[in-house]
Structure formats: C-alpha cells, structure tokens
Design a protein around this ligand. Structure first.
Ligand code: MOS
Length: 720
C-alpha cells in the first residue's frame, strides 16, 4: 500500500439512507409479531411487595405480562477476571426509579402501552440518595494514576494555579431509541438490536437466560447513533428474548425516550480539582488532580480514567491523579462519547488556560512549549504525537495572530463581545484483534465480512476505500458484512478503535487477495477487472481469510476473539503509548443585552495518524464539535431529589444544540502515519474529535468577558 493520502469518497450507504431504504433494528417486521412495553418502577428504592397484572390482562389485545417470576435468578458472578455480569432482568428489589418491573406483550403497540399503564405496583419503601450531595451517598476512592513525584515537584514550583470544575449529569440522545426484536424458532434465538457489541450482547443474554451461546445470533447491521449508550449489554435485551421464548412469537420493544433516560447509561455528574505548577522557565512540572463522580451502588464505570488524557497532554513529569466514586441510588453511568476526557479535559484545559493568563503567556505558545514525546505515566515514548502541528496549523487558519490578548478587549461595533479561545485534547488510540473474510466472485459481486458496527460514523465507507484502492473490483455489488455474530467474530466497537479494528485487517486481506490472484493467473495478462478475470479462467470465486492483532498481541488474542472474549490493546503497548490529538480554536460572540452566546466559527485540526476516509473523518470532527458546544452551553439532566428520577427526560426539555447554534467548522488533519500503531499507520478519531472543545468554548467566553466559568453548562444567567 502506498503512503499517499486517501481520496475523498462519498459514503457508500448515503443513497440508501436518504431514501429511507436502510433497515434499522426497529424497522424489522415479522408475521405474528408481538409488541412489548416495559413498566418502570415508580419508586427509587425498596422492595416490590406486589405486582397486580389483572387490569393489564383485561386490555383488549394484551397477551401476557412478564414479571420477575418469569426469569431465572441472576447467574453466579465469575469474579473479577470474568466478563461483567449481564444486566439484571426483572427483579422484586428496586435499585433506581424507572427500573423495569414488568413487560407487557400485546398484539399492537397501543395495547401494550395501555396494558403497561394498567399495571399496579406496591412497595416496601427504602430511603435513597439521588445526587452526589445527598445524605446516604458513599464515597469510595479508587486507584491513583501517577508519574514522578508531584508533591515534591509542586513544592519547587514558582507559579501554581488551583481551581475546581464541574460537569453535569448528561444523557446520550441518539435519534434511534433502544430497540430489540427477538425471534425464537427451531431452537435458535435471533436478536435484532442496535448494539455496538453484538458478541457481548450474545454472551450476556445467554448468561441471563441460561442458554447455550451457540444457539444465540445477534444482528446489528446499522445503528442510528451509538455514542457508547449501545456498547455494553442493554437491560431490555434479555427481557424481550425471554418474551419470545415463552410465547413462541417474535417480540419487538422500542423503549420510549423517557424510559431510556431512566435505564440507559449516561455521563455522570463529575467534579474536578486541578492544581498545576510551573518552574521558572515556564514549563509545567507538576499536577495534582482529584476527580470524583456520581455512581450507582454497583456500577463499575471508573473515575480513575479521568486521568487518561490529562496525564499525557503535556510533558508534565510529576502527576498525582486521585479519584473516587460517590455511590448513590440511580442507574449506573457509563460510556458517553469521549467518556472521561470530555469532562477532564474541560477541567484541565481550562486550568492550563488560567495558568497561561496568570503567567501572561499566549495560550497557544504556552501549550507548544510544553510539548513532549514521552508518556510520563509509563516512561515509554509516544509512538507519534503531532499536537504542535495541530496547534500551529489551527492558529494559522484561525488567524490567531490577530487576537488581542486582554480579556474583554475585542468588541464588535454594536457592543457584542468577541472571544477567541483555544484548547487541545488527546484520547487513547487502541486496537482490537480482527478476523476477516474477503470473497470476490466471478459474477461481479464482492463480500467482505469482518468485525465492526456501523453507527453512522462510516466504517463501511472506510473499509470500502481500502478494498477499492487496492483491488480492481466493481463497487456496485460490494457487500460489507459487519455487526453480525454469524458473519465474523465481533469485537465491541467503542473507544474509537473501530477503524483500527477493521482497516489493518482489510489491508491485509487486499494484499493476500492480490497474491492469490497472482498465483491463480501465473503471469498471464488477462483483460478486465478481477471479476472478469476470474470468469475468464473459469473460477467462480477467490476467497481469503486473514487475522490481525494489535501491537504486543499474539494468537491468544485471536483465540479469545473467536471465543467471544473482550480483547483490546493499547493505548499502553509494550514498548510505546499511542494517543490521538486535536487542537480547537473557537470564536464566541456574546450579545451585549441578552448575553446570548453564539459560536460563529471553529477551527479544529486533528492528528489521528493516517486519514482513511476524509469524508467521514471530517464529519466525525464536526459532530464532536457540535456535541462539545451542546455539552458546554446546553445539556444538563435535571434530577428530582424528592423522587429520584429525571425531570427533563425528553428532547423538548433536555436542551441540545440545534442547527442555528452552529456556524462554520473548519476541519483539518495532520495526516501523518503513526509508524508503530498498526500496519496502516492510523490512530483512533471518533472521540478525540470532541475532547477539549468544551474548554476552548469556555476559554473563549473568558476571553470575551473576563469571567472564568468553571461549571458546565455555561448559560445566559452566568453572564448577567
Ligand atoms: Mo464510545 S463512548 O467508547 O462508544
């Protein structure tokens, strides 16, 4: 493969999507299908003493109501080393408001909804804690992350800064709702679900329902937005599967958005206390950082990972990162795009900005001078780092040199305050093993089956780019089969490792196929594309199978992938660490009377190694910036401390960025290959796109107004 930049290619699935042809999980229809509706608990904690289903059964069309009695008890935990236990099914014990307590099955959706509303619940109530500061919340420290000796180095610093920041509870709101359709036929269970991890879903449902995983298939051809909400097993899946098994009919559930707020994972409210010290030369030499977040009583989403990006942002040799869970009575938080760095780089990159002002330094130059090529956490080199290229190119495109440094010093003629802010971000670049099968047919079609999930990010487009760059095949009958446990062993697609998990394997398959063609033709020159060549020599097809592993992995990783295990390498590889980087430059304009914040333009330059699909990579960054705007200025879930639920649990009241909020987003890439990360030289992109952008917005608001706002979301009332 050459090292030339990849061509900009249209999305392979765009035409079907805009015509509404693409089938999402909720579009699937079967004869005799039943519609399901979950019944949420109306209390936040306690034990259900009775569940009365008679009223529901009298609704015309209701067929059956599943209650906790219809489910096996939870499986024995395999201990610390095993996979996380599947989510609970239906239980009498209530851990949070909105926990599903029954599933109503009916001939129509309307009857299922009416039946669900007719269920009566009785409880023995228990006291509960809804928010971090509630009485009864429990603080649980987790392991430290550190480099060097921060205490000693901080004592020697000539300038320090210390500040606290906060990021609110925020919920994912993919347009596609959580949905599962299950079919039980001939001793096999087939699940159609929007899942970023069909293999994990398969194992989880099998464990929850005591099935042999060999009889379970899970298919997730297209996802209407994942963002981590659809990564780990979802609570509704085993409920719907059990309903299909018990009734012998296909069952579909589309979880209403209001319920999703209450059962799905979310970005937890987190608090960050950051102290940074610099030496006389202006080099950051020490950081103390404590992070804590709200957590369910049993959840495992670790606050330690708030340190994964800050510890590697600059060449700070001495870093002490501490963290704690604050356990309360809500459902578990989890992965939501750029899960930890969204909040921690808001805090850390705000603090770096504060420090630059305190030192009277330009915030771009200050960052550039604190560059590093070492991961001080491990002492290993970084495999590639072009953050300074991002900062320099971003400053050039943005026109940073025209900035007047003093806060509040840039104004439009009508008094509108103008602020220019910068911030950077980094995110781990990881890689799962993969297994792929490529088959080229003489009839003009090609099939490539591998591991991956298409959630809108464009993985099929990236895979197709590799195949058509390397092989003379017809594109109109090119089928890329992913997100299907029957097609290839599937890793979970998350953590921005989707490209690394599919593209090096695809590149290897191309090479192997070229060798197979050469062997077949034995030097003969035959006219036409590969399909025509196969037809000429009377071969119906050629097929190759390849596997690929991450740095430091061996055949054990492939074996584990085949077994349905979870295996991913990085960002700490045996000899080096691999991170992706980005620099964001933001202009805000703040209206003098209404104090409304506008963001007319952003420049974002990323280092994600080689860019495989310029079209979809650019979209990833635009999406990340839009969400960072939304996270910085709009989104917060309102928790009701009296009853433990969420008040703004719909898209009318949970305010997100809209089209009118977003101006120009100019995206660029360094596009230099990482020499060590993988054979193709790519690094992850999806999440780093968002990292640091909320800080750049807050830093721009400070530059415009002189007001340092350390709590998200920043709203009009904070600028009055
Ligand atoms: Mo992502 S939040 O790791 O799907």
């Amino acid at each position: 493969m050459t090292a030339a930049p990849f061509n900009d290619r249209a999305r392979v699935d765009a035409y079907d999507k805009v015509r509404g042809v693409t089938q999402y999980a909720a579009d699937i229809q079967f004869p005799r299908m039943l519609y399901a509706m979950t019944v949420p608990s109306r209390v936040a904690k306690g034990r259900m003493t009775a569940i009365v289903t008679e009223g529901a059964m009298q609704v015309p069309g209701v067929v059956r109501v599943l209650t906790p009695a219809d489910f096996p008890p939870p499986p024995e935990s395999k201990g610390e080393d095993g996979p996380p236990p599947p989510p609970p099914t239906l239980e009498m014990e209530i851990a949070y408001r909105g926990q599903p307590i029954a599933l109503v099955l009916a001939e129509t959706l309307e009857a299922a909804v009416q039946g669900a509303e007719a269920i009566r619940q009785r409880f023995a109530y228990a006291p509960f804690s809804s928010v971090i500061d509630s009485q009864g919340s429990e603080r649980e420290p987790v392991e430290d992350w550190f480099a060097g000796n921060a205490e000693q180095a901080m004592a020697g610093a000539v300038t320090t800064i210390e500040a606290s920041y906060e990021s609110p509870t925020q919920h994912h709101n993919p347009i596609e709702l959580l949905t599962t359709t299950a079919v039980w036929a001939d001793g096999r269970l087939t699940i159609y679900e929007c899942s970023q991890g069909v293999n994990v879903t398969k194992g989880s449902v099998a464990a929850a329902l005591r099935l042999d995983p060999a009889v379970v298939d899970v298919k997730s051809a297209y996802i209407g937005g994942g963002f981590g909400q659809k990564g780990l097993p979802q609570r509704q899946t085993a409920l719907v599967a059990q309903a299909a098994i018990l009734t012998g009919r296909p069952v579909k559930l589309v979880t209403p958005r209001g319920q999703i707020f209450h059962v799905a994972t979310y970005r937890p409210n987190s608090r960050h206390k950051v102290q940074i010290g610099v030496d006389a030369s202006g080099k950051m030499i020490a950081a103390n950082y404590h992070a804590e977040h709200e957590q369910s009583r049993t959840g495992f989403f670790s606050p330690a990972e708030y340190h994964e990006s800050p510890i590697r942002m600059y060449g700070i040799e001495n870093y002490r990162g501490t963290a704690a869970n604050i356990r309360i009575d809500r459902q578990a938080p989890g992965y939501m795009r750029a899960p930890h760095p969204q909040a921690s780089c808001f805090a850390f990159e705000s603090a770096v900005d504060e420090l630059a002002y305190k030192l009277g330094r330009d915030p771009v130059a200050f960052r550039i001078e604190n560059d590093t090529q070492i991961d001080h956490k491990t002492g290993n080199p970084l495999s590639s780092r072009f953050l300074n290229d991002c900062l320099i190119e971003g400053a050039r495109r943005f026109g940073w040199e025209n900035r007047s440094a003093m806060p509040g010093s840039m104004k439009a003629a009508d008094g509108t305050q103008i602020g220019w802010g910068v911030a950077a971000g980094c995110y781990p670049s990881m890689m799962p093993p993969s297994i792929a099968t490529l088959r080229i047919n003489a009839n003009g079609s090609t099939r490539f089956a591998t591991s991956g999930h298409e959630m809108g990010q464009g993985i099929r487009t990236a895979i197709a780019a590799i195949l058509v760059e390397g092989l003379d095949i017809s594109t109109d009958k090119l089928e890329v089969v992913i997100g299907d446990t029957t097609a290839a062993p599937q890793h979970m697609t998350a953590g921005s490792w989707g490209t690394a998990g599919a593209i090096p394997g695809a590149a290897k398959a191309v090479e192997r196929m070229r060798a197979a063609v050469a062997e077949l033709l034995e030097g003969r020159q035959i006219a036409g594309n590969l399909h025509q060549q196969l037809a000429s020599v009377r071969r119906p097809f050629l097929q190759v199978e390849v596997s690929e592993v991450g740095p430091g992995q061996n055949a054990d990783a492939i074996a584990a992938l085949r077994q349905g295990g979870f295996v991913v390498a990085g960002p700490e590889y045996p000899e080096f660490t691999t991170m992706s980087y980005i620099a964001h430059f933001v202009e805000v304009r703040i209206e003098p009377r209404t104090r409304r914040i506008r963001m007319p333009r952003v420049v974002s330059i990323a280092d994600c190694g080689r860019v495989i699909s310029p079209r979809t990579a650019g979209s990833q960054i635009r999406g990340g910036v839009v969400w960072a705007f939304s996270a910085a200025l709009r989104e917060a879930t309102e928790i009701d401390p009296r009853f433990g639920g969420y008040l703004n649990n719909d898209l009318a009241d949970y305010v997100i960025a809209v089209n009118a909020d977003i101006g120009e987003i100019d995206v660029g890439f360094v596009d230099k290959p990482d020499p060590l990360a993988n054979s193709v030289g790519l690094k992850g992109l999806g999440e780093v796109a968002m990292v640091g952008a909320s800080a750049a917005i807050a830093n721009a608001v400070f530059h415009a107004t002189g007001k340092r706002l350390r709590e998200l979301p920043i709203r009009i009332e904070h600028l009055l």
